[in-house]
Design a binder for this molecule. Sequence first.
Ligand code: TYM
Length: 332
Amino acid sequence: MDRIFSGVQPTGNLHLGNYLGAIRNWVTLQADYECIYCVVDLHAITVAQDPDELRASTREVAASLLAAGIDAKTSILFNQSQVSAHAELAWIFNCVARLGWLNRMTQFKEKAGKNRENASVGLYAYPNLMAADVLAYKATHVPVGEDQKQHLELCRDIAQAFNSQYGVEFFPLTEPLIFGEATRVMSLRDGTSKMSKSDSSDNTRINLTDPPDLIAKKIRRAKTDPEPLPGSPEGLETRPEAANLIGIFAALCNDSVEDTCRRFDGAQFSKFKEELADLAIAELAPITTEMQRLMDDPAYVDSVLRDGAERARGLAAPIVQEAQEIVGFLTS
Ligand code: TYM
């Protein structure tokens, strides 16, 4: 059976972008794949984190994933730091990947900003650890949002370089799975920047923890333009905010952007936003409620992560041991 791996950072609340771009797809894929889902706390500390907040956030993100429909019995759910194979393989990949490859990573440039000299080495080597996450399980497919595409191309480059350096056919060339009508959800306040946990304004995103009235308020206040909605996707080309909201709508009702445009041809944003808010609340409110229930039982969430880590170790350890043997480590 093909194997899925994907990860999410525990650096604050999950938002609608994470949900539509990735997590909803993770839930669907469980029917057809063996799935391994990871809360990537090693990645989180590539920028400064408060230790107590990191712990709380790890548990909260795990609860959100369970609430969204990740089935901890059939899939594996765990936090990355608890399976040492990730860090061990990442070191090998640090020695396979080239500086020139990492220098091209746009996410590093964005995250490091102007103060590049002060960025952590971990932030720079971040994509190598991602490759290790995926390849420690020889995962064949990785469902992600559009923003992770470049990192997954690097993962293929690393697999290929390892195989060719050691003359083996060991690591697979993993395929990214980027699908749905909302692979890149944008900020509610600026249709040209990505919806993100790290945006300083909470009004730019819908969090999976937002109560219904707050979701409705954020959608009502979302930036738009003065024109009525267009009848076809071509009419969205120079209208980033309208394109974003239509994309969200289409994704939420499993429809195409084309059909959604046809449905709202000539409508005012006020009417459209009302329907969008109803749709978003209908989808997210049950997840929020279930998440709150799970957060009242932290021992249960911790037990899911502990069990997931044990199963993940069982899968990753022999693969990483074999990689070590290929490299020439004397294994005992
Ligand atoms: P992270 O935590 O930033 O995001 C988790 C998932 O959500 C997707 N996503 C979005 N999709 C659409 N629109 C958005 N605005 C949006 N924002 C986030 C991301 O594409 C991602 O799929 N480096 C990864 C985590 C990671 C990983 C891995 C992923 C670590 N190791 C191995 C895949 C395989 C990250 O920071 O995701």
